[in-house]
Structure formats: structure tokens, C-alpha cells
Design a protein around this ligand. Structure first.
Ligand code: GLC
Ligand code: CA
Length: 535
């Protein structure tokens, strides 16, 4: 099914996700900032990026690096000022780039005015902005360890926090909360931003009495309250969610719903791991098959799909999906071709464009993330792991893996800052960095550049019908994209060298990570090509 016009336009966005804290430090305090981002807009534009999703940049005490917001309508001190933000918006718009902000509607910081007031007592205007109970109503656990209920001395009651203690959950059943969040959205819409990524959107409606914490009974009403209004209809919105079936996805992203444009769907990322902190030997077949399922389902239903493998919560996918040592370039480019020539909106996480792998450290002091430190403690105290075993697990699964300062060059501070970075440099920054990649004969950056160009120049990749060519038992991912009689084949080999015979003839590949001249024949490990089908 064709996507609606609005969604078709969205598939022309090549979105780059920035973790502002770690992208570029402009003033030498070791923390990335808005001016740093502005200084790299040309770099991104060269790559073919025309939209940026920026992780939270709002005032925050940083219990969870900005996902604990103390003021949604002000900028985090370390990142700059509102004037810097206005400048960023203007600089981006003058380049034809869109800005997507990260909205965190499920919880605030415990330093947000709403919470400071709410703590004061039951007759306060903000009293019911959060969930308060005399006794813990259930035994929910917080995602970052420990109970989800915290006793507050001042109020003399327990409040709910699904994440860190400093991230109290907002009570969306209170209409005042809905209004307040609409006010936040309107503030940014008036500033001219182009969309939102919505943090843990599935959590905003809960039914505490019945133990429902995700996808609660009033979820769609609340999403509609946020984005089903006239002044929000043009926005691109992507919700972070655990939705696992197509019917539920339709209720979120159907074009007539007035909810969100698309969702981040995480099933395909389970390839290569048994759980967050435990690796698993896997074949890329599981990655392919999951992607294919969602590709077909969203295609059939005219839904917009999000194409991504990495973000600020995920260790580099190439490290668990392939060979991030000898075949790092091949793996990085092959995975890029597999995912970004599908139908949907591409999201590229900072560092992916140079094939940045996961990091590794031999000391827990090198880690900062609230989630992995909580998990580390629980592994030792509750699960009986040794410190060495727990450290290995944290190395595999920590979100810090994706949060190290962007490696711009091979110098001591990797071109990110002139002082001590807030988080230790990536353990492989001296080897893998922007300067070394650009100087290399085989550059991941240049491959991404060609890929995005190809995608942008051929409607088949944005609008075209998806068809799977690989059979379940094949160790490759081959598919076609067809639009207006034009057909393209994407051929991506997995880890084994093999002969590939195609059921059609093709032109010379327009994109090929190892420079091959024919679409079929002998493929090396992680070799890929995209070629127009002769018909
Ligand atoms: C989302 C964010 C993550 C954050 C959490 C709580 O999962 O991506 O970084 O810690 O929500 O806001
Ligand atoms: Ca700075």
C-alpha cells in the first residue's frame, strides 16, 4: 500500500541522532553543547543528513543525562542558552534541515517545579501531578534497579518512579498534566521545531490498581491530546514503544489517528543477545527475518516504519552482529545497506557513519550510566556474580557504549574537547575516528554518503514496494524495491563467502562496499551491492 503524502515526505528525511553531551564540545569544559553541534552541521550536511533528532537538551540535574527534565522550556546550562538554541534552529533551517526534539512526557526530574510543589502537600495545585500513595500499592521495580516506589519525607507518602529515584512519573489521568504537556509542545512548535521523538510513550497511561504499567487504557487518548491538534498536525513524531503487534501499531500510526507518525520498534535488535547484558551466538537471519516481518506488515498497512540499529541506549549493533575487528568496515557498510534501503525513515546514530564499534574497559570506574551501575550492583549483590563477571556483562550491555565522546580524530581528547571529557574516551577512538575514516581507502562515511545519495535520487527506495528474494535458509538478505516500473535489487551477504545467483539480470551496481562490478557471482563476507534490475 502507498504511504500517504505526509508519510512519503517523511521517508525523504535522513535523520541523524545526536547525543549532545558527547557530540562536540565548543568551550572546553568537557561537555558537548549546542555551539558544538552548530560547528558540525556542514559535516552532517555533507553526509546527506537533512534532519536531526537531538536527545534532551532541557534544564536538568542529569540523574539520567537529561531524561530527567527540570524545565522543558529552558536549555541545560552545560549545553548553552536559549539564544544558542534559536541559533541552532536558524542555522539548521537555513540549510533545509529539520530539528526533532526529544520530549519526555512520562516523568520529570524531582527538581522540576511541578514536583517540588507537589511534594509540599495534598492541597497544593500540583498535588496530583504525580502518583502519591500512603503505602506502596504494588511491588513494581524501577528500570534502573530497586523499588519503583520512593518514600518522600516532606509529603509523607510514596511516589512512583519507573526509572531513577530522581525521575518521578507524571500522573496523566490528571487533566492538568495533559494541559501542562500541551503547553510544552506548543512552546517548541512556536519556536519552529519540526517534530518530536517521544520518550517511553507507552508508559504514560497506567492502571496502577490493576498492575498495568505499559500501554495503559487511556494511552491513545493522551497521545491524541498531544499530537492530534491543528498546530501539531504537520509535525514528524516518533514514539519509543514496546508495541509488538501490527494492530496496536495501526492504532498509534494510522494516518487518520492523529497520534504519532511512527514508532521505534526494537525486535530486530535482539539479534546477538540473550538479554541486555548477555551475548548470544546468532545468525543475521534472525535480524533479517524480524525486519522482513515488520517491513511487510507496515507496507501492507500503509504505516511508516523506523529504520535504525543504534541509539543512545544500544551498544553498537555491528559489534554483536558481525566482525568489528578485521571486517569492521565490511560489517558496518553491509548492515547499513540492509537497513537503510528498506522502506521507512532512516535514523543514523552518531558514530555509526564511521563504523564506531562497542567499547571495552577493565575498570567499572570507566562507566557512568545510571542503568548499568544499578545493574552491576544487582548482579553482584543479588545474582552472586563476581566483580569480573559483572564487569564483562556491563561491557557488553552498557548504554555508555554508545555515549562516549564522538571521536573526531586520533588525538588524546579525540578532537571532542580540550579538557577532560565528561565520560572517558572510547577505548578504540585512536583507531576509529572521523579523520582516520575519511583518510582510509575504504571509508564507512563515504559509503553512507553514497547510500543516502542513492536513496534520495531514486523514489523506488523511498516509495517502492518491498519484496524479499532470500529464502529462510539462505545466509544473505536480498530484496527488491519497485516503483513506477523501476526495480532495484539490494544484495547483502552474511558472514560466509558464497556464490550468489540472482533470479534477474542487473546493471552494474550503483553502490557496492567492496567495489564489485556485477550484482551476482562470488560474494565475500559482508559484501553488499545495490543495482538496478534490467527488465
Ligand atoms: C528512554 C530513553 C533512555 C532513558 C529512559 C528514561 O528509554 O531512551 O535513555 O533513560 O527512557 O527516560
Ligand atoms: Ca561544552
Amino acid at each position: 500500500m502507498q504511504l500517504c503524502k505526509k508519510y512519503r515526505d517523511f521517508t525523504r528525511m535522513n535523520i541523524y541522532q545526536i547525543y549532545p553531551r558527547s557530540f562536540m564540545d565548543s568551550n572546553g569544559d568537557g561537555i558537548g553543547d549546542l555551539q558544538g553541534i552548530i560547528s558540525k552541521l556542514d559535516y552532517l550536511q555533507e553526509l546527506g543528513i537533512n534532519a536531526i533528532w537531538m536527545c534532551p537538551c532541557f534544564k536538568s540535574p542529569n540523574a539520567d543525562n537529561g531524561y530527567d527534565v527540570a524545565d522543558y522550556c529552558d536549555i541545560m546550562d552545560e549545553f548553552g542558552t536559549m539564544a544558542d538554541m534559536d541559533e541552532l534552529i536558524a542555522e539548521m533551517h537555513s540549510r533545509g534541515m529539520k530539528l526533532i526534539l526529544d520530549l519526555v512526557p512520562n516523568h520529570t526530574s524531582n527538581e522540576h517545579k511541578w514536583f517540588r510543589e507537589s511534594r509540599k502537600g495534598k492541597d497544593n495545585p500540583y498535588s496530583d501531578f504525580y502518583y502519591w500513595y500512603d503505602e506502596k500499592p504494588n511491588d513494581w521495580k524501577a528500570s534502573f534497579g530497586g523499588s519503583a516506589w520512593e518514600y518522600d519525607e516532606l509529603r509523607g507518602q510514596y511516589y512512583l518512579h519507573m526509572f531513577a529515584v530522581g525521575q518521578p512519573d507524571l500522573n496523566w489521568d490528571n487533566p492538568e498534566v495533559v494541559k501542562a504537556m500541551q503547553g510544552v509542545i506548543d512552546f517548541w512548535v512556536e519556536k519552529g521545531i519540526d517534530g518530536f521523538r517521544i520518550d517511553v510513550i507507552d508508559l504514560i497511561s497506567k492502571d496502577i490498581a490493576n498492575g498495568v504499567k505499559g500501554l495503559g487504557p487511556r494511552l491513545h487518548e493522551y497521545i491524541h491530546d498531544m499530537f492530534g491538534r491543528d498546530n501539531t498536525a504537520h509535525l514528524f513524531t516518533v514514539g519509543e514503544s514496546v508495541v509488538k503487534d501490527i494492530e496496536e501499531m495501526k492504532r498509534h500510526c494510522g494516518e487518520d489517528r492523529g497520534e504519532v507518525s511512527t514508532l521505534f520498534q526494537f525486535d530486530h535488535l535482539e539479534c546477538g543477545r540473550a538479554d541486555k547484558f548477555t551475548p548470544k551466538k546468532d545468525s543475521l537471519r534472525t535480524f533479517r527475518d524480524t525486519l522482513v516481518y515488520w517491513q511487510q506488515q507496515t507496507d501492507e498497512n500503509g504505516l511508516l516504519y523506523s529504520l535504525f540499529t543504534d541509539n543512545h541506549d544500544q551498544p553498537a549493533f555491528i559489534s554483536r552482529a558481525g566482525n568489528d575487528r578485521e571486517l569492521r568496515y565490511e560489517t558496518a557498510t553491509d548492515i547499513a545497506a540492509m537497513i537503510y534501503l528498506l522502506k521507512g525513515v532512516p535514523f543514523i546514530y552518531q558514530g555509526q557513519e564511521i563504523g564506531m564499534p562497542a567499547a571495552h574497559y577493565d575498570n567499572i570506574d570507566c562507566f557512568d550510566d545510571v542503568e548499568c551501575l544499578g545493574a552491576y550492583r544487582e548482579m553482584i549483590t543479588e545474582k552472586g556474580l563476581s566483580e569480573a563477571e559483572a564487569l564483562e556483562k556491563v561491557n557488553f550491555g552498557s548504554r555508555d557504549n554508545a555515549r562516549h565522546p564522538m571521536a573526531w580524530d586520533g588525538s588524546a581528547k579525540c578532537g571532542f574537547t580540550t579538557s577532560e571529557p565528561w565520560l572517558i574516551e572510547h577505548s578504540r577512538a585512536a583507531e576509529v575516528n572521523v579523520a582516520s575514516d575519511l583518510a582510509a581507502e575504504r571509508s564507512v562515511y563515504r559509503f553512507y554518503q553514497q547510500l543516502l545519495k542513492l536513496r534520495g535520487e531514486n523514489d523506488a527506495f523511498t516509495d517502492g514496494r518491498f519484496e524479499l528474494i532470500s529464502k529462510p535458509e539462505d545466509d544473505h538478505f536480498i530484496y527488491t524495491r519497485t516503483q513506477d516500473g523501476e526495480k532495484w535489487a539490494v544484495i547483502c551477504n552474511f558472514e560466509k563467502d558464497q556464490q550468489i545467483k540472482l533470479p534477474f539480470d542487473c546493471e552494474e551496481p550503483a553502490l557496492a562496499n567492496l567495489g564489485r562490478k556485477t550484482a551476482d557471482g562470488a560474494y565475500a563476507a559482508y559484501e553488499c551491492a545495490a543495482a538496478k534490475v534490467l527488465q
